[in-house]
Structures are given as structure tokens and as C-alpha cells.
Design a protein around this ligand. Structure first.
Ligand code: PDD
Length: 305
């Protein structure tokens, strides 16, 4: 089992490079430029690993246990033994946040199958690589709450294990970039006539004042933000359905939202050049966004975990 962290390394790191972000690599805290991974790491050669992105507000982690559960599920799905216990993950992530200056941070962590010969077979004596870094968690731009964002629909050409938070993100990267190249901010993906999720986000629509999101399953990532929105919707007596969304329903929706840890809840006001609703972020979005912000406020003041 890997050491969760070594404080002696941290001390020397602090002295040597004051301005650099501190990262975590296999039990050690290092200045970013001192963190090195072998070229034979299977994350590099095969994209053989999984990841998480966890926001922290005023250094309080957002839904940590949910993220650790999803990490556990992703690791089990690709047959890597979780190298750290939940307690060790928590201590290591909290230490990393303390070692970096920003109040609001986005922690990205990844676990790969470690070093091995370039061979498709799993290596004998697997020793997973654990890497974590944080970056400032930016507030979604206030412009978005005035205008919303535009999106395009694209064919969901990813594999059929999208519930695994795999670091092999080439399909997502190409789809997201195609949206950017076409002047949009996100791609909403369609598979067999149904909308699954965004290239890097989950999907909600409003139809006849009912909030609808596709059900969890192998064709989409079980987003932590998605689950919180479902919880809030139940508390706030939204009409809510977890059901498949056709392309026609998507295009004729009253409101469309895409959600993620980094985007929070982004209202889509234009899809494929079609104006959605009034062309401005809708009333339901506004209500959900207020509830989401008060959840974050509770986290900041340490009244929820
Ligand atoms: N991505 N679906 C996909 C394909 C995603 O990549 C993400 C998030 C989500 C939303 O999940 P969550 O609410 O847990 O952030 C859904 C992260 C932020 C990323 O890859 O950077």
C-alpha cells in the first residue's frame, strides 16, 4: 500500500519552490516541476487509468464521499485495486489543499495501472500510480447567468462504458473541441436518437415545467453535480423524471442545462442555432441555481459535508 504522504518531503518542497503549485505523487508532496512519471506508465501508453475532479470551497471538499465512491467504482470496473483507503484519500487530499494557496480549488486526481512493459496484458505485480494536483476553482462567469451558453448536438461516438471515469478521454476531447470550433461551448451527445450527456457534463431539460435527466447507466457518467441537482429538485418539489430524452424533446425543451463540478449548472440558451425558451436563462434554472449556491454556502460555513 502506498504511503498517503510524507511530511519531510513537503518541508523541503516548501523551501525550494515557493511559487509553484504543490502536487502529490505516490505519497509525496512535490513542487510541480519536481514531479516526474515514467514514460512506461500505462496511463501514458494506454490511457489505462481513472480520475476524479473534486471542487473545494474555502478548502472544504464538495461531496468527497460521493467522489471517493465513484472512484472506487471506476477502479473496480477496470480491475485496479484501490491503492488508498477512504481515510488515506481524505487525509491526502485535505493535505494537498492546505499546501496550496487558493481558498477555492479544483482537485484533479488520477490513478493509473502504473509502470509496465508496452504490452496490452496487465503487468504482474501491479503498483498503481497516484497523482493529484489542484488548480484555482474559477467561479462560472457572470456573463453566463445573463446570456446562457450555446451548444451543438453531435453523434455520441464514445465507447459503451461511459459510467467509468476513464482518463482515456480522446472521444470526449474531440467532441468538445468540435463544439468550440463551431462557436459553441459544449457538445450535447446523441446516441440512437437519445441525448446522453455533454462531452464533459450531464444534461437536464425542462419540459412542461418538469425537470428531466437521462437515467444513470453505462452510456453516461454518474455526475456528482447531477445527483445533487436531483436531490435538490426532490427537496424543492420540482416535478422530476429520470427518463430518456429524444432529439426532438431536446430541441423543443423549455430550458436546457449542462452540469459539472467545474461548470456548475450552465443554462443552454441556443442549440444548433435554435433559440431555447426565451433565449435567456430560465426561471427554473434561476431557482435551482439559488438552491445550489446556498448548498455551496453551507459547505463554506462548514454546516454541510
Ligand atoms: N467532467 N459527464 C462527463 C462526460 C464529464 O466529463 C463530467 C465532468 C460530467 C459531470 O460530472 P461531475 O458532476 O461529477 O463533475 C458528466 C470533469 C469535470 C472533467 O473531466 O474535468
Amino acid at each position: 500500500m502506498k504511503k498517503p504522504f510524507s511530511s519531510s518531503t513537503l518541508e523541503s518542497t516548501k523551501k525550494s519552490s515557493q511559487d509553484e503549485p504543490v502536487v502529490y505523487l505516490n505519497g509525496e508532496y512535490l513542487a510541480l516541476s519536481n514531479a516526474h512519471i515514467s514514460v512506461l506508465d500505462r496511463g501514458f501508453s494506454f490511457g489505462d487509468g481513472v480520475y476524479e475532479v473534486i471542487p473545494a470551497y474555502d478548502k472544504n471538499l464538495f461531496r468527497l464521499q460521493h467522489h471517493l465512491q465513484r472512484l472506487d467504482d471506476s477502479l473496480a470496473a477496470i480491475k485496479i485495486k484501490n491503492p488508498l483507503t477512504a481515510k488515506q484519500w481524505q487525509q491526502s487530499i485535505e493535505q494537498l489543499i492546505q499546501n496550496n494557496p487558493y481558498d477555492d480549488q479544483s482537485v484533479s486526481l488520477q490513478v493509473t495501472r502504473g509502470i509496465g512493459p508496452r504490452d496490452h496484458s496487465f503487468p504482474h505485480n501491479e503498483n498503481p500510480t497516484v497523482f493529484m494536483m489542484t488548480s484555482p476553482q474559477k467561479k462560472p462567469s457572470s456573463e453566463i447567468s445573463i446570456t446562457g451558453i450555446s451548444a451543438i448536438t453531435l453523434n455520441d461516438n464514445r465507447w459503451k462504458n461511459c459510467h467509468i471515469k476513464s482518463i482515456s478521454l480522446l472521444a470526449n476531447v474531440l467532441l468538445h473541441q468540435e463544439a468550440l470550433d463551431k462557436g459553441a461551448k459544449e457538445a450535447i451527445l446523441l446516441r440512437d436518437g437519445y441525448a446522453t450527456e455533454g462531452a464533459a457534463s450531464n444534461l437536464f431539460i425542462l419540459q412542461n415545467d418538469c425537470l428531466i435527466t437521462p437515467p444513470k447507466g453505462p452510456l453516461l457518467l454518474p455526475g456528482i453535480t447531477r445527483d445533487l441537482i436531483v436531490e435538490i429538485a426532490k427537496q424543492q418539489n420540482f416535478y422530476l423524471k429520470e427518463q430518456n430524452i429524444t432529439k426532438a424533446e431536446l430541441l423543443n425543451a423549455q430550458e436546457i442545462w449542462v452540469t459539472s463540478s467545474t461548470k456548475e449548472i450552465a443554462p443552454v440558451t441556443k442549440l444548433n442555432d435554435k433559440i431555447i425558451g426565451s433565449g435567456k436563462p430560465g426561471a427554473h434554472w434561476n431557482k435551482m441555481m439559488q438552491a445550489y449556491q446556498s448548498y455551496k454556502q453551507g459547505l463554506r460555513s462548514n454546516t454541510i459535508g
